[in-house]
Design a binder for this molecule. Structure first.
Ligand code: ASP
Length: 594
């Protein structure tokens, strides 16, 4: 039907005849001449109809916003005065010689140009219209380029694209499952995959050696701003490769993506162990664009009169740390400090102590702070020395249990970085390695930090002896404070897998019930293997600078995990439920009440 996309036209087309198909972005009537901005996925071009061609003109007069048109015409240069430098096609216009209305359109529920003033619910209800906007077109076209580049890279490196089931058993990735009732097996349920983890490991046992899949994953979690209940992973698994090999090949993929699609050289990714990341940045996904670091002062505070500091300093699970903002005295007002105090409260911090350094040589009079009176001069001096403070600096303190302090001051560090625009570079990638194997709950129970198939860096016996301090062979790729992906070398030995299940408190019956097939597979010649998965949506979000994950997904769910366009999840009729052997509790109660 068409010869070219609207947005592709430029001065090199002058005098050529083109046929375009698209939607009416805008129609204007200017003293007897009708201008139509015609839009398709490539962009917008101005089409002109003048009254000399009577039939076309009459038709053009009928045209309204979002009508679908087919236009034939000649490309011509615009007058110098009407050139529009803000428009990609602004140097030219199309002089229309034929016009066909392919379809009419009712007035749409919100003008596309005013999308930001309507609620997101409206945009999502009419998502097919919202997707007509240039931003959304660009973002999904970019997404397609990314997935093609990924496929090409992985294909060139010998990876096979293999699909794994969606109707399956639970995969323990730490979230709730989405369940699907079985009609043919009464009272039984499938789970949608939280990831293809177990299947990709089994593919290694089968000898496929290098697998990838751009896979949909489902996790029924309470949603945060950058989460979706169904999301896409670039899922990868390899055999006979250690963590160095896996990190190197996947780092190569991300570097190539940035190079080819954004012309950005990410350089070599530094590696940081988990303990250092937590100590210096209070986070296992540190944003290295921000030069601020946490400096622990626990050892200085054990004896001070101030209970807020001495309590956590004496507690083995406590942490007392300081965060210096160079020049912060002038940069931060009292009100901002109050706001930051509220901000750290979100992470459970009970307050935010600070010291303003007016004169570093005078610890008696040169420090301004509500808490300094509680600190002896020797401690004041030691703090200033350890933080290498100079006049004008402001020092924040966090004192509580280690988790609260790390989360609160880690988040404050990022907030200060953003508010004071402290970024030293645009992109800061890194690998975080040497994670602990387990997290310990307050009751002493252990949970896998990654997932239970991750190999520890020690023997089964050492693991059983010291589970709380054992490290794993897991690695996360982090970019600008966001976890892009994570994975691990896996356990390929049945006795090790059993040791991990035992430590996690998964008894042998439950092991057989839930993972019998994996334990069996490990008996029949499982190769050493490992892999990782990247969050595709987050990757695209970072690459496009989108502020919401929903802006890089064609049909996302709302914050409450619903689709307002299709009205899903929806009710189902009684017959369907009966077939599925399901009776609804609430309905039952209502019926009883009636
Ligand atoms: N299955 C893991 C996840 O979804 C990634 C991996 O270990 O490969 O986070």
């Amino acid at each position: 039907m068409r010869s070219d996309y609207c947005g592709a036209l430029n001065a090199s087309y002058i005098d050529r005849e083109v046929t375009l198909c698209g939607w009416v972005d805008r129609r204007r009537d200017h003293g007897g001449v009708i201008f139509i901005d015609l839009r398709d996925r490539g962009g917008i071009v101005q089409v002109v109809f003048d009254p000399d061609a009577k039939e076309n003109f009459a038709l053009a007069d009928k045209v309204r916003g979002e009508y679908v048109l087919k236009v034939t015409g000649k490309v011509r240069a615009r007058d110098a005065a009407t050139v529009n430098p803000n428009m990609a096609t602004g140097e030219i216009e199309v002089y229309g010689t034929a016009l066909e209305i392919l379809n009419e359109a009712e007035t749409i529920p919100f003008p596309l140009s005013e999308h930001s003033s309507v609620g997101e619910d409206v945009r999502l209800k009419y998502r097919y219209l919202d997707l007509r906007r240039a931003d959304m077109q660009k973002s999904l076209q970019f997404r397609s380029k990314v997935t093609i580049a990924i496929r090409n890279y992985l294909d060139e490196n010998g990876f096979l694209d293999i699909e794994t089931p969606i109707l399956t058993r639970a995969t323990p990735e730490g979230a709730r499952d989405y369940l699907v009732p079985s009609r043919t097996h009464e009272n039984k349920f499938f789970a949608l995959p939280q990831s293809p983890q177990l299947f990709k490991q089994l593919l290694m046992v089968s000898g496929f050696d290098r697998y990838y899949q751009i896979a949909k994953c489902f996790r029924d979690e309470d949603l945060r701003a950058d989460r979706q209940p169904e999301f896409t992973q670039i899922d990868i698994e390899t055999s006979f490769m250690d963590e160095q090999g896996i990190m190197s090949i996947t780092e190569g993929m991300i570097k190539k993506l940035f190079n080819d699609l954004l012309q950005v050289d990410l350089g070599e990714f530094p590696r940081m162990d988990y303990a250092t990341a937590m100590a210096k940045y209070g986070s296992d996904k540190p944003d290295l664009r921000i030069p601020l670091e946490l400096v622990d002062v626990k050892d200085l505070m054990g004896e001070v009169e101030f209970k807020v500091f001495s309590g956590p300093a004496q507690d083995p699970k406590g942490r007392v740390t300081a965060l210096k903002v160079p020049g912060g005295n002038d940069k931060l007002t009292r009100k901002q400090i109050d706001d930051y105090t509220k901000f750290v409260g979100i992470y459970g911090a009970k307050g935010l102590a600070y010291i303003k350094v007016n004169d570093v040589t005078d610890v008696e009079e040169g420090l301004q702070s509500p808490i300094v009176k509680f600190l002896p001069n020797t401690v004041r001096k030691a703090i200033l020395e350890r933080l290498e403070a100079v006049n004008g600096d402001l020092i924040f303190f966090g004192a509580d249990n280690a988790t609260v302090v790390s989360e609160a001051l880690g988040a404050l560090r990022c907030k200060l970085g953003e508010d004071l625009n402290l970024y030293t570079c645009e992109w800061a990638p890194l690998w975080v390695v040497d994670f602990p194997m387990f997290e310990q709950g307050d009751d002493g129970s252990l949970q896998a930090l990654h997932h239970p198939f991750t190999a520890p860096s020690c023997s089964p016996q050492e693991l059983r002896d010291n589970p709380a301090t054992a490290l794993s062979r897991a690695y996360d790729m982090v970019l600008n404070g966001t976890e892009l992906g994570g994975g691990s070398v896996r356990i390929h030995d049945q006795s090790m897998q059993q040791a991990v299940f035992d430590l996690l408190g998964i008894g042998s019956e439950e092991q057989r019930e839930k993972f019998g097939f994996l334990l069996d597979a490990l008996k029949y010649g499982a190769p050493p293997h490992g892999g990782l998965a990247f969050g595709l949506d987050r990757l695209i979000m970072l690459m496009t600078g989108a502020s919401s994950i929903r802006d890089v997904i064609a049909f996302p769910k709302t914050q409450s995990a619903a689709c307002v366009m299709t009205d899903a999840p929806g009710a189902v009729d009684a017959a369907q439920l009966r077939e599925l052997h399901i009776r609804l509790r609430q309905k039952e109660q209502k019926e009883k009440a009636e």
